[in-house]
Write a new protein. Structure first.
Length: 37
């Protein structure tokens, strides 16, 4: 059984992954955008 604390930790880890992925995605799409011009 997950405790409240575990859930919060999970949630924060997921947020971190998502924001890292978004940064990576932003960088790649913007560089592709410039290359394709």
């Amino acid at each position: 059984m997950l405790t409240q604390k575990d859930l919060i930790k999970e949630y924060q880890n997921n947020l971190k992954k998502i924001s890292e992925w978004q940064e990576w995605y932003k960088i790649n799409t913007s560089s592709n955008y410039f290359y394709n011009k």
